[in-house]
Design a protein around this ligand. Structure first.
Ligand code: HEM
Length: 271
């Protein structure tokens, strides 16, 4: 394709390739006794290539939707949390009702903080684009705890340090960096809409629950609604990350959310 008709991004890539080839060809002669001006010109060209490569990297990252960047950058962490502490037991149907209620009680504290922050900020910021309200889980978690443990669950089941610190972090974000709540909403709600649907069946079977009782947490109103919510939420995330700074900050905050979950799941094994 002629250079002038290429899209801008391809033009930058071709320029970088051409410059890099030129530098490599100069490098071949670096062992020779070249005049000083020529060696300086080689160094100058290297700096230009580095700069063009940075532009290229930036252009490429900006052209990838943040939803894809979130998935790619957290893939390894997802594999870790799936196997961390109580999650491993849950996945193998070995957590038991007491352990499961502890997990729900600790998640409840996290969702209460997250959902308060999202509600508080929805009208003031682009967080509204996420339209999280139909996804809120704290009431469903409360219902499951009432059913599986009894009405005194809030006082009777201890909170872990990890859950309390997580809730504090979410409260701080709600006042200082509300946009970053989007990253935590991503980790929780897309997790609930994805793997959570699989976990519902495992929980119901391992705790011998009947007629969908005690698994409101995973209920978003059927498979069609699950797909619809996931689609709408992803579209909202892409609106939220309207520039590179926001996109990068969301990706980093999602990494923090996964680490906090790993700590929680590990701590829950010991309480
Ligand atoms: C323990 C069992 C878990 C299983 C079996 C599981 C399984 C899955 C599966 C099958 C998907 C869909 C992947 C895809 O569409 O490519 C998924 C997505 C996801 N899961 Fe999990 N998951 C588990 C736990 C978790 C936990 C504990 C979290 C959060 C702390 C989490 C967060 C997510 C997120 C955010 C996504 C969406 C990824 C994306 O498409 O961007 N998952 N999970």
């Amino acid at each position: 394709m002629p250079f002038s008709t290429m899209p801008a991004q391809c033009q930058v890539t071709s320029l970088v390739t051409a410059c890099a080839t030129y530098v490599l060809s100069l490098d071949k002669y670096s062992a020779l006794d070249l005049p000083t001006e020529m060696k300086q010109s080689t160094r100058g060209t290297r700096r230009t290539v580095d700069m063009l490569e940075d532009i290229c990297r930036f252009e490429n990252e900006m052209s990838i939707p943040v939803t894809e960047r979130l998935r790619d950058s957290t893939r390894a962490m997802h594999t870790e949390v799936e196997r961390a502490g109580v999650m491993r037991l849950l996945l193998h149907g070995q957590l038991g009702q007491v352990g499961y209620c502890r997990l729900l009680r600790n998640l409840h504290a996290i969702y209460v903080a997250l959902e308060a922050g999202l509600s508080q900020n929805a009208s003031k910021t682009v967080l509204a684009a996420l339209r999280c309200e139909p996804l809120f889980r704290s009431d469903a978690l409360g219902d499951d705890l009432n059913f599986l443990h009894g009405a005194d669950w809030a006082e009777a089941i201890p909170l872990t340090v990890a859950a309390m610190q997580y809730a504090d972090h979410l409260n701080a974000l709600a006042t200082r960096k509300p946009l970053m709540l989007g990253a935590h909403a991503y980790v929780r709600y897309l997790g609930d809409l994805s793997g959570g649907q699989m976990l519902a069946r495992i929980v119901a079977k391992s705790l011998a629950l009947e007629a969908d009782q005690g698994v409101n947490f995973y209920d978003f109103g059927g498979a069609e609604n699950v797909a619809k919510h996931a689609r709408a939420f992803r579209a909202g995330l892409d609106i939220l990350a309207d520039d590179e700074t926001n996109a990068q900050a969301l990706v980093e905050e999602a990494g923090d959310a996964f680490s906090r979950h790993r700590m929680l799941f590990e701590e829950l094994v010991y309480i």
